[in-house]
Write a new protein. Sequence first.
Lengths: 595, 74
Amino acid sequence: MKTEFSASTYTNGYEFSQGTGYQLPEYPAVIPPAVQSGQTEHLRILIIGGGLTGLTLACSLAQLGVKAVLIDEDNTVGVKGASSRGICYTQKSLEIFDKLGIYDRIKAKGIEWSVGRTFAGEDEVYNFDLKAQNSFSLSQQPAFINIQQFYNEGFLVERTMALGGVELRWNNRVTAFSKEEGVANFTIETPGGSYRAQADFVIDATGSKTPFRDWLGVKVTRKQGDDRWCIADVRFNTQPPKERHTWIEAPFNDNRAVWQHLMADDVWRIDYQMAPDADPAYVSREDVVRERLARQFGQDVKVDIVWVGPYAYRSECVDRMMVDLGKSLFFFIGDSAKVVSPFGARGGNTGIADADNLAWKLAAVVHGRATPDVLASYHDERHEAATTNVQVTNRTARYLRPADGAERLFRKASISLAKKYPFARSLVNTGRMAVANAYTRSPLKAPELAQSHSVQNVGFQWVDGSQGQLNDLLRWAAGAPLLLVWGNEQGLIQPHILRQLQSLSEAAGIRVVHVCTHEGLVRSRESILDSAAALARACSVDGQGHVRDMLRSPSCQWALIRPDSYLAARGQAINGRLIHTLARLAGTRLLGAHA
Amino acid sequence: MKSSTPVSHESQTLELKLAITYSDDFYEALLDAHTGLSPSESADLNARLILVMANQIAHNGILKQCIQAAKSAE
């Protein structure tokens, strides 16, 4: 039965923005041969949407040697002449970008920060330094880098093109969709005419205004309030410190909230909370913004307005992030799957993590290393992350825009207490900064593991003494699981265990690395020196920053790490737990073991 | 594997028999703290007091039962 869905509309809308903006790149439109031939093109993997998340997926697939096509309705990154958008990139995102080969460019362009300060009125209520926390301190990447979203998108475009294998088709827009006999069918419009395409794996990276939720009948949980903000990207002649500053009640903003961050090119990102239901046209007028900036920084401050625009947020979450159409499989990633309020940087960063989670699984299926049932774990894992992030950010939104009456009363109480007593500081909720979400219900992890957490990109030394990092090992594993093996008390791996590892490596297609803590033990090519035992700690630190179950001798110790850095299992002896976990990762079940 | 998240003591139930050592003592201290305050100042004090006391009780499970007990006594 053929079911046609109604035509889509353009997703970009920045009606009220003002300011000189940036000169963003323009890529040439792509008119595929199918436009001329009239034949329906068959695609293995189709990514719809070339924003932050779609491009991260495209680049990841290119890195893994998987062919795919990405289509985007326009021919640029960001939106023409527009704003900074998502600016705070978490350590996990930076680790992913490092794996993809664009981290050095981000580091050169962006601003690192780890200190945050929260103010109410004239008082600093509390501060934090993320560098001091275990869950951040072991990585080669810093806790955060601030950079305008279009820079990361531009870097991803260039890297994807350099890697090859994934085609970016600009000015290609889906105008119709149908699912005949379980196959996803698309009509795609280009400046040179339309064409039809079918795809086995479809990834919706079109963002929050996606038409696909309705088209696929996916249920959405939604929450929207009356909180209104104004975003201003400005340059001034003053130089406040490179810290995240948040005011819950700023005297220079009618006792409403203000967020302040530095980004690339000496451009500051300042978010002003407005009155509830404020008119977006008024809120984003340049003269109104200038007046506010003068109140904040003094009348003498010289200001260059790069971009100004109104902002309102909501939360949304689909009930299914993967839909099986029968023959084609459909995935929601990034904002198309869930939308969150911006506090804590859980929007763009979650999309990047969605892409990193899905890429290696698609690669494993396409390359025949796993059966398609492994793809269901994308929903299991990323839906848990999505619902967690929605809950956390909604709590922050409720704190920042409290209802009149009791909610405002308790906020006032928490602020007064926080100024005097340490216990109350963590009640002040100006955003719980994003971490790599742990998976507690994943079908891919060993059942004995309470949660699957992301192992930080730890540094170590190669046999020749040069510096290496976990990402190097993951890139070398090229989409296969990575098995880290520590020796016994003497750091040695006994011969019979070595033989087991060799045959396991061949049979299961995994990469094995011997982690040595003493220089004298480093013998084979697949040996690394980790004298600080940082890798062992990183395999033990969970999402809350607690060091659990420090790996100890006497027998052989191991940790199995997925291509997205998540720990799948760890153990003492090379035994059934390792075998069964490898079987899970391959989407098969051995010996009747259950999920 | 042991979880490292805070234990919520869901199995512990609320103490509904009098447990305060000298309840008249506490009651007087509470009323005295409010003496001379306007209604909004009293509301502010109560809110701060709830948060201070909540931190003393500490366990999520008990705290939620406290909220339930207070709500159902309307």
